[in-house]
Ligand binder design. Structure first.
Ligand code: FES
Length: 133
């Protein structure tokens, strides 16, 4: 390969890599599922947080039902924090506030927090890379 061809190839690869790395949620590289925790853990603690495909999630058992929330704010995609004492999710970026069910209480978020699909496999809770509808 001569110098000119090498530079052309490098430029193409560089642009391709730059495009891939700037796409915020490139599903091409996402894991389809992940073990979140043992079911017994959700009986012992209030909630479990994990990182799934580079984003925070929170699993909780509430009134006997399991929910796995995406902790990505529906406004500008900041990571929200769960305030256990207030039973609310608070977004530090623009003071968005969600109730314990992930519904918007206050601030600019246009939608509720997304909830992930999940599966229970024996004693394990698995999150799937799909949102509930
Ligand atoms: S990003 Fe959460 S309120 Fe704006």
């Amino acid at each position: 390969m001569d110098r000119r061809s090498f530079l052309k190839q490098s430029t193409r690869l560089g642009i391709g890599c730059a495009l891939v790395t700037t796409i915020p949620a490139c599903s091409l590289f996402d894991e389809p599922e992940m073990l979140v925790c043992q079911l017994s853990e959700l009986d012992r603690v209030s909630f479990v947080t994990q990182k799934f495909n580079r984003k925070r999630i929170l699993a909780r058992k509430m009134d006997g039902e399991i929910t796995i929330f995406s902790l990505i704010c529906s406004h500008k995609r900041c990571t929200v924090k769960y305030k256990e004492m207030d039973e609310q999710f608070a977004c530090p970026c623009h003071e968005g506030l969600y109730d314990k069910y992930g519904q918007v209480i206050d601030g600019p978020p246009p939608e509720a927090l997304s909830r992930f699909q999940f599966e229970i496999r024996g004693e394990e809770l698995w999150v799937l890379n799909e949102f509930q509808k």
